[in-house]
Design a protein. Sequence first.
Lengths: 112, 116
Amino acid sequence: GENVEQHPSTLSVQEGDSAVIKCTYSDSASNYFPWYKQELGKRPQLIIDIRSNVGEKKDQRIAVTLNKTAKHFSLHITETQPEDSAVYFCAARYTGYSTLTFGKGTMLLVSP
Amino acid sequence: GAGVSQSPSNKVTEKGKDVELRCDPISGHTALYWYRQSLGQGLEFLIYFQGNSAPDKSGLPSDRFSAERTGGSVSTLTIQRTQQEDSAVYLCASSLAHGATNEKLFFGSGTQLSVL
């Protein structure tokens, strides 16, 4: 089955800095890569996703890049704000009858 | 309902007791997932239901864990003879369907299970 590794486990940045979270996956058949954000005490919510037919996707201050050859993908957050503080999970799956496998999460702390 | 509903929100039980956790997905969502969230362990996949297909039970950690989904809607996760290591937040999620355009998971608020 799929295995997703996520780094770092914790990340502290100053407000306004950029943050990058990296994930690798094992199954070359995986073709869907979402990112979920979980604020303290709340449920995870999808913030952005990318499919294997594109290399990069942007949505305002967040972007995701995908390198299929290396089997890794990254989340980039620019101009970080305190409200970006949360745990971020990457995930991977093959579009079809398969589960969504998550990484172990990255706790991002943005200090004012 | 407006979202995925889970009950109870908190459950405290004694070691060795059985517990049932309930998930009511968003109406019309054919895919339903159970995940377990322990501190530092991320979102651990337990079981996946998709329509009328046989569920993917590959994530269930032992035969003490089972789940069913009746009528393609409400799901119940049962843990028999609970152990302290079962303590975690159990999250349910649903999605409209698997496939290229309907893969967004909507999570419930979870059940915090504490086994004393």
